[in-house]
Design a binder for this molecule. Structure first.
Ligand SMILES: NC(=O)c1ccc[n+]([C@@H]2O[C@H](COP(=O)([O-])OP(=O)(O)OC[C@H]3O[C@@H](n4cnc5c(N)ncnc54)[C@H](O)[C@@H]3O)[C@@H](O)[C@H]2O)c1
Length: 345
């Protein structure tokens, strides 16, 4: 598979958890590539995640909505790559109100695709999808895994909105011959994750002496992928993936939520008494498990940073050592950072 070289990559959602890690990876590993980060700075977008890049000539931040067609035309004008990960990303929020998910994840994705199609440089378009588009696997058949051919059967409004974006990307390739590639990954963990997601939520609760809320019976299974493994996989697919193809990305790291909770408690030196069992999430998918053999076979990528307990312990340590970061996130104080750097919001 030939490797593409890029001059200017637009990353959407680059102020979020995975986006910030990806922008940092690009600036570190591909310093000759200009990077434009377009982010609406919703509640989970935090420019402090990119602190240190302000004076970097190869990096530009644009505050904006992927659903803003005129702005996307402008931003994509001389881009030869787009990595689209801007999205509403939290399942629980989608259960409370699905509208922003449809607006950003479905309409926003189509708007960005249209801008990419109009762009003179015809950029390669990578869509960061999720394993949640496949639905749920049974707990009693551990041999079953999601492959790239598994039908899309999303179960939550979040997953349905991501599946909407996913099939729109497929359609853009099929109908217009656009150069699109898609990654579908499992649950990410690592630095800069908004503390509503389970790992930072549990760690920060424990630091503050609060219990950790565990859904249902805790038997739901997830595969855990270190965010730096994921970002490396995204770059691999961007540079070497075949147009129109989908690549699963997994951490080879399946755990029940109860195992995850016990591991966090152990890493924090806390006991079982800190678990508070809470009513299950509505429609809670039982098991996600990824067959990631295609990306290994075709592109030679496999995870190297996701194995537990080491990767989990170092992530726990990151939140312990960066209390100021998550306290500012929890209090909303991180928003002032934008005003200081870029003026009024
Ligand atoms: N975190 C995971 O475990 C995981 C797993 C699979 C797939 N994904 C996908 O990866 C992507 C990134 O997830 P994350 O965990 O970093 O989420 P996040 O919530 O931390 O970041 C999302 C970012 O997108 C921005 N954004 C939201 N709507 C926007 C819009 N309309 N226009 C421009 N920017 C907008 C936000 O401001 C934020 O910076 C998402 O597409 C998500 O569906 C995440």
């Amino acid at each position: 598979m030939s490797e593409r070289a890029f001059e200017h990559i637009v990353v959407t959602g680059g102020a979020g958890f995975i986006g910030a890690n990806f922008v940092r990876l690009l600036r570190r590993e591909r310093p000759g590539v200009r990077v434009t980060n377009v982010d609406l700075l919703t509640y989970s977008g935090n420019l402090e995640n990119l602190a240190g890049l302000e004076g970097d000539d190869g990096y530009r931040f644009v505050k904006g909505d992927v659903g803003d067609a005129a702005l996307m035309d402008e931003v994509l004008r001389d881009a030869d790559g787009v990595v689209h990960m801007a999205a509403e990303s939290h399942v629980d929020r989608s259960i409370m109100d699905s509208r922003p998910f449809i607006v950003s994840n479905v309409l926003g994705t189509q708007t960005l695709l249209d801008a990419a199609r109009r762009s003179p440089r015809k950029p390669r378009f990578l869509y960061v999808s999720t394993d949640e588009v496949y639905g749920s696997l049974p707990l009693d058949k551990p041999e079953e895994l999601f492959t790239e051919e598994t039908p899309l059967q999303p179960n939550s409004p979040y997953a349905a909105s991501k599946a909407g974006g996913d099939v729109l990307v497929r359609a853009a390739h099929h109908t217009f011959g656009m150069d699109c590639v898609t990654t579908r990954c499992s649950n990410n963990f690592g630095a800069y994750q908004f503390p509503e997601k389970v790992i930072p939520l549990f760690v920060t609760n424990l630091i503050e002496g609060k219990k950790v809320p565990l859904y249902g019976d805790g038997k739901n299974v997830r595969d855990w992928l270190h965010v730096e493994d994921h970002c490396e996989a995204i770059l691999t697919v961007l540079e070497r993936g075949a147009a129109g193809e989908v690549y699963n990305v997994g951490g080879n790291n399946e755990r029940t939520n109860l195992e995850l909770t016990h591991s966090i408690l152990a890493a924090m030196g806390k006991g079982e008494a800190m678990i508070e069992y809470v009513p299950d999430r509505l429609g809670h998918d039982r098991r996600y498990a990824i067959d990631a053999r295609k990306i290994k076979r075709e592109l030679g990528w496999e995870p190297t940073r996701s194995a537990w307990p080491g990767a989990l312990e170092s992530t726990v340590r990151w939140y312990v050592e960066h209390a100021e970061w998550w306290q500012r996130v929890r209090s909303g104080a991180y928003r002032a950072y934008y005003e200081k750097q870029y003026g009024e919001r």
